[in-house]
Design a protein around this ligand. Structure first.
Ligand code: COA
Length: 390
């Protein structure tokens, strides 16, 4: 399949991200689906969508499982096969892969993939506990370590090994808040200065408030088709040309490195090889900045810079909107927000806007190749997708 399109994306939808009081997850998902249908008037929602795959991390938030059928019901997609995928914070990248496999198998021509999470009605303590279920129970959760704590371990290791500083971490927050400020759907549309980020309260040292992603409600979806029929639905399809996914030990204590996510490196290698694309060919990327250190590690794992160089990469402005390698033009998980199950396909939504020239104030000039990097938990799952404009 080298360099060949796996599937085309003919439409995409994203709900507003934020604290969406009084709405159920299913209503938020329906908002994303409505946008995808509105963008694609040539598609008949009742007859054309043949299957739904939806990423959702946790039943605990809304006391609601059976997410596939629930979302299909509220999206007006009754009676089609509807299936939930779960790989922690990478749940909707897994939904996207399931959709790709379904189309590539020849069984379906048109499939919807997406993700959803409703989180903000629960307390931070509850959310922290629910999220921690994606880490190892006996050796991590049981001892009280949380995701901020696990990523803080990676940050201190990176600082120790490579001289990365708290300022480098804060620079990621400043950049992503700037991009999120330009994104009307972002949870926190607010610029942040380096001083403010650095002086914010410590959550798990060296990670401070502005080094952490947001607890967010949101949903996202994509409509994917066989490439040969994409133009029946839109004049501006984009193609997915590479897809990779890998896993690693559930506990980070068993890993050979704290400064790199092996699963992300393997997933990236698979996606690059399939797409016949090199890191330097990528015009725009959305990466999994659940904590600022995760974005710095992502630069290195994706080959945008050498191992250990991530701190200098952000410092030199390489990943700003006007830099050579714009990263997280949406605002990322830091500012757009991180409704965990929705994040993977929300990243693909931003790439869809960028490659079809619809990203408005965040538009990267002449963007033709895009990449999305989605991580589950502390890196026990990672998925990478590569996209090309047609
Ligand atoms: C960082 C965190 C602990 C803060 O939660 P909190 O202490 O309960 O904060 P609150 O919700 O009470 O908000 C207090 C203020 O901080 C702001 N705030 C909350 N989280 C923020 C964040 N991540 N970044 C910036 N500001 C944030 C709120 O908007 C609020 O501002 P206001 O006083 O101007 O209204 C929480 O956002 C968090 O756990 N984030 C990480 C989520 C996570 O682990 N995701 C999975 C990753 S694998």
């Amino acid at each position: 399949m080298k360099g060949k399109p796996l599937v085309s994306i003919v439409s995409a939808g994203l709900s507003k991200f934020g604290k969406l009081e009084g709405l159920y997850g299913r209503e938020i998902f329906a908002e994303a689906v409505k946008e995808a249908f509105d963008r694609c008037p040539n598609l008949n929602p009742k007859d054309d969508i043949q299957a739904l795959f939806v990423g959702h991390m946790g039943e605990s938030y809304e006391h609601q499982g059976h997410t596939g059928a629930t979302m299909a019901d509220w999206a007006g997609l009754l009676h089609i096969p509807a299936t939930r995928t779960e790989t922690a914070c990478a749940s909707s990248a897994a939904a996207l892969r399931a959709g790709i496999f379904a189309v590539l198998s020849g069984l379906y021509d048109v499939v919807m993939v997406g993700g959803v999470e409703k989180m903000t009605h629960r307390t931070t303590a509850e959310v922290t506990e629910f999220l921690a279920m994606a880490s190892d129970f006996p050796f991590e959760q049981w001892h009280g370590i949380t995701f901020p704590g696990l990523y803080a371990l990676m940050a201190t290791a990176h600082m120790h090994e490579y001289g990365t500083t708290e300022e480098h971490l804060a620079m990621v927050a400043v950049k992503n808040h700037h991009n999120g400020f330009l994104n009307p759907k972002a949870h926190m549309q607010k610029e942040v200065t380096l001083e403010k980020a650095l002086s914010s309260r410590v959550v798990a040292w060296p990670l401070k408030l502005y080094d952490c992603s947001l607890i967010t409600d949101g949903a996202s979806c994509l409509i994917i088709t066989k490439p040969e029929i994409a133009r029946k639905y839109t004049d501006t399809p984009i193609q997915i040309i590479g897809s990779g996914q890998a896993s690693d030990s559930i506990g980070i204590y068993e890993r050979s490195s704290f400064t790199s996510l092996i699963a992300a490196k393997i997933a990236a290698k698979q996606a690059y090889e399939m797409a016949e694309v090199k890191p330097e060919d990528v015009d725009v990327a959305e990466v999994h900045d659940c904590f600022t250190i995760a974005e710095i590690i992502a630069y290195e794992d994706l080959g945008f810079c050498m191992p250990g160089e991530g701190g200098h990469f952000i410092e030199n402005g390489e990943t700003r909107l006007d830099g050579k390698h714009p990263v997280n033009t949406s605002g990322g998980l830091k500012s757009k927000g991180h409704p965990v199950g929705a994040t993977g396909t929300a990243q693909a939504y931003e790439i869809y806007l960028q490659l079809t020239g619809q990203a408005e104030k965040r538009q990267v000039k002449d963007a033709k190749i895009g990449l999305a990097h989605n991580v589950g938990g502390s890196g026990a799952t990672a998925a990478v997708h590569i996209f090309r404009s047609e």
